[in-house]
Design a protein around this ligand. Structure first.
Ligand code: ZN
Ligand code: ZN
Ligand code: ZN
Ligand code: ZN
Length: 320
């Protein structure tokens, strides 16, 4: 009976040894050949049996706060420089590791990809945890705001200072200050000139626009006038087509002599003993005067210069 128990105990021990060996083999082969775990949070059999130390538990919020405080005390975060690329964090995403070191997210990912290990590039701590970190972004924003404010304040101070110097007619002895003052004066003058030039340019533009508008109005008037002239010409043509009436030259001559006109109303000279035209409207003119009047007249049908009637003419001799 005792012998049987001993044999049984030996068998149990052998079984345990076999299980431990298999668990270790599984764990090591996963590590060496980097086989993917079924669940990253799940422990391997060797870790469950206590043959291999299990990974540390995930950090809680308090622990993370302690790590952040620790990193803020160091210089790298106050300089806001990534230790991998030596560039400032600026507004790019960055992460804090459980060892309290901070890197650009992209830099750390590329480091992990190239080295094929999960090891902090500075302290070589393995299997770290990482968390997004925003402090460097905030610091960068605050620094940018301070810089903008400082620039604006310095600009305003310098402007006031130079304005007072100009007002008081101050002449600095230092050549650098004198040069700065002259530069300030010149820049003021040039800005004034550019403003006036712009103003004058806009005025000239307005004047040109008005001229263009006036030109358009004048063109319309010209077109109207041309139309009127064309209509007049047509009317004249109609009148010329009308049949010529027979004139009773005897009665015309009588009424002309009754009026006792001896002066040509075109040249205001005497018509006595001159070549004269008697018109059908009973008005008389020098022959030369009437010919030149007809030459300069626009209409095809000539009208009498005195009574504006279309006429027929005949030679006449006025005697005393
Ligand atoms: Zn970087
Ligand atoms: Zn580290
Ligand atoms: Zn005359
Ligand atoms: Zn007449």
């Amino acid at each position: 009976m005792k012998k049987h128990k001993l044999l049984n105990g030996k068998a149990v021990k052998q079984d345990k040894f076999c299980i431990n060996a298999a668990a270790l083999q599984d764990h090591l082969s996963r590590q060496i050949f980097k086989l993917p775990k079924i669940n990253p949070k799940q422990l391997s059999l060797a870790q469950k049996l206590g043959l291999v130390p299990s990974p540390p538990k995930p950090l809680n919020q308090e622990e993370w706060q302690q790590i952040e405080e620790q990193s803020l005390k160091r210089e790298d975060i106050s300089n806001c420089i990534c230790p991998i690329c030596l560039e400032k964090f600026r507004m790019q995403q960055h992460v804090i590791l459980s060892c309290s070191h901070i890197y650009h997210k992209a830099c750390l990912e590329s480091f992990e990809r190239v080295s094929q290990t999960k090891q902090c590039p500075i302290c070589r701590r393995q299997d770290y945890e990482k968390k997004n970190f925003m402090i460097a972004n905030k610091k960068y924003k605050i620094q940018a705001i301070i810089k903008i404010q400082a620039l604006f304040r310095s600009f305003r101070c310098r402007k006031r200072f130079y304005e007072r110097m100009v007002q008081n007619g101050y002449k600095p002895e230092n050549p650098l200050l004198r040069r700065k003052l002259i530069f300030y004066k010149m820049s003021r003058i040039s800005s004034k000139m550019s403003k006036t030039l712009q103003h004058q340019g806009s005025m000239a533009q307005k004047a040109i626009n008005q001229l263009g508008e006036n030109f358009i109005v004048k063109q319309e008037q010209m077109e109207n006038n041309l139309n009127q002239i064309m209509q007049l010409k047509q009317n004249n043509a109609m009148i010329s087509l009308q049949p010529i009436e027979k004139v009773d030259w005897q009665s015309v001559k009588k009424s002309a002599l009754d009026r006792k006109d001896t002066e040509c109303t075109i040249c205001l000279q005497s018509m006595v003993n001159c070549k004269v035209f008697l018109l059908s409207c009973s008005h008389m003119f020098h022959a030369n005067c009437l010919c030149s009047f007809e030459r300069y007249s626009m209409s095809q049908v000539h009208c009498c210069p005195n009574c504006r009637q279309p006429y027929q003419k005949s030679h006449f001799q006025l005697q005393q």
